[in-house]
Design a protein around this ligand. Structure first.
Ligand code: ACO
Length: 437
């Protein structure tokens, strides 16, 4: 089999030769940023062949208007806006609005969104009682996923999103309640009374209040802490077709409702190769800090493939992850503002320095990803390690919602249903129970 894709030609087709078949011309689609994709959607009907792509590293599963990444150049843009600009100038709620609705909000639109978030921040009492069923040692990600799915039961009117108004309401419920659910699950794990949201506080301030206020002592985060949390959420807000977002789209493609689809996304995010890596990074740094392993020993173990360097490597970024650069700077600033030193930050920088000068990592283009420094930022705000991936989920919520809506609105949308190459036994005769050995 030989392929000859002539993507530079203005005809924009690729020619594919397959054994025993006439050559086929496959259309080449070009994205806004001049990315080229060979459209193989008619390949099987024209040739009988399918493509095989382990882990989907070369497969474009959809067209999307939401996020653009150039992994070679370390570029990340949402709806055309550079992540650096969003990080420097917006709040998480502005970024969330822009991801979901396509444009940065006007002052009036932002005010409406804030009002809706406040309106929906409480949990239905029935939903709140679900927390009683979880053991205190239950993982907050399991609770988060279960509780988001349970929202489907309490808001059946939003299962069929008939118009934009319904979608706006479902969006506000999800964005607002996820924060309440996350804080309640933390309080539950400590056996502390639940703190209700305070409508006078901003999104991030309110979350920290629900996490850390005591009945007799309201918690007042500093401006720097609130800003750092907002930045953390912005940097996690979307990342095109990552494992959890692809999951949300996959589930949504069957016409499953928004709550169910996002609950599935939470489960996908939990894995340590994805969002769960932020917990592993801190565990790794804590081990080094405790003297269990040295930086050099960790690097040697990684090179022997006995261990993964958590928070390193990325399917798409092959130069640097712009989010990691912003986070590293933000961690420095937050620690300075708080007047604290974190030994884990020194260890992380040491690890980064050793790894990024070592051939193993250079040859494989492995650099710190978003999870490498994020945990140190969260620690400085007082967020416990077992909540780190939940924090990621709160941040990713707008991206999941925007992607789900894109699938929902697509007039040409089809259920996502990949093919496979079957490698099991060929047809064989059935063996009755009494004859089996
Ligand atoms: N530590 C050690 N080796 C690594 C690492 C790592 N963190 N990441 C990749 N490699 C190695 C692979 O084993 C492979 O080695 P080989 O060529 O000798 O077989 C080589 O680098 C190339 O790997 P990729 O094909 O780039 O990896 P892939 O795209 O399949 O996986 C992933 C990407 C899952 C992020 C991987 O880098 C990893 O496991 N990282 C650690 C976990 C992590 O930090 N995950 C968070 C990612 S960001 C996010 O999801 C929010």
């Amino acid at each position: 089999m030989s392929t000859n894709s002539d993507v530079s030609s203005p005809t924009q087709t690729a020619r594919l030769e397959l054994p025993g078949k006439d050559p086929v011309q496959l259309p080449v689609e070009v994205g806004t940023e001049n990315e080229h994709a060979v459209d193989i959607s008619k390949l099987r009907s024209q040739t009988g062949y399918i493509t095989l792509d382990n882990g989907y590293g070369n497969t474009g599963s959809c067209r999307s208007d939401i996020t653009y990444i150039d992994g070679e150049k370390g570029i990340l843009r949402h709806r055309g806006y550079a992540i650096e600009d969003l990080a420097a100038s917006t709040t998480f709620i502005e970024t969330a609005y822009m991801l979901i609705w396509g444009e940065l909000p006007t002052a009036d639109q932002l005010e409406t969104m804030r009002r809706l978030l406040t309106e929906h921040e409480l949990l239905h009492e029935g939903l709140r009682h679900h927390f009683e069923g979880f053991p205190p040692y239950g993982h907050p990600m399991a609770m988060l996923s279960a509780m988001i799915n349970a929202c489907s039961c309490y808001h059946p009117e939003l299962l069929e999103l008939e118009d934009e108004h319904h979608f706006e309401e479902a969006t506000a419920k999800l964005l607002s309640k996820v924060r309440t659910i996350a804080a309640f699950s933390y309080r539950k794990s400590l056996g502390l009374p639940i703190v209700y949201p305070d409508p006078k506080r901003s999104y991030c301030n309110n979350f920290l209040h629900m996490m850390f206020s005591l009945p007799h002592v309201p918690y007042e985060p500093t401006r720097e802490e609130v800003r750092a949390l907002s930045l953390f959420l912005i940097l996690h807000a979307d990342h095109e077709q990552n494992c959890s977002t692809a999951t949300v789209r996959m589930v949504g493609s069957s016409k499953a409702n928004l709550f169910a689809s996002v609950a599935a996304g939470v489960c996908a995010l939990w894995g340590p190769l994805h969002g769960g890596a932020n917990m592993r990074v801190i565990e790794m740094l804590e081990n080094i800090n405790a003297g269990d392993q040295s930086v050099d020993q960790v690097v040697e173990q990684v090179k022997k493939k006995e261990y993964l360097l958590w928070g390193f490597g990325h399917r798409v970024y092959k130069n640097f992850d712009p989010r990691a650069l912003i986070l590293k700077d933000a961690v420095d600033k937050l620690l300075e503002a708080k007047g604290i030193e974190d030994p884990l930050l020194d260890i992380a920088k040491q690890l980064e320095s050793v790894a990024t000068h070592d051939d193993y990592f250079l040859e494989r283009k492995l650099y710190p990803n978003v999870d490498f420094y994020s945990g140190i930022l969260l620690r400085a705000i007082g967020i416990p390690v077992n909540m780190f991936t939940v924090m990621f989920a709160i941040g990713r919520m707008p991206g999941w919602i925007a992607n789900w809506y894109e699938v929902h609105k697509d007039p040409n949308g089809r259920i996502y249903r990949p093919r496979q190459v079957y490698t099991g036994p060929a047809k064989r005769p059935y063996v009755p129970l009494e004859e089996r050995q």
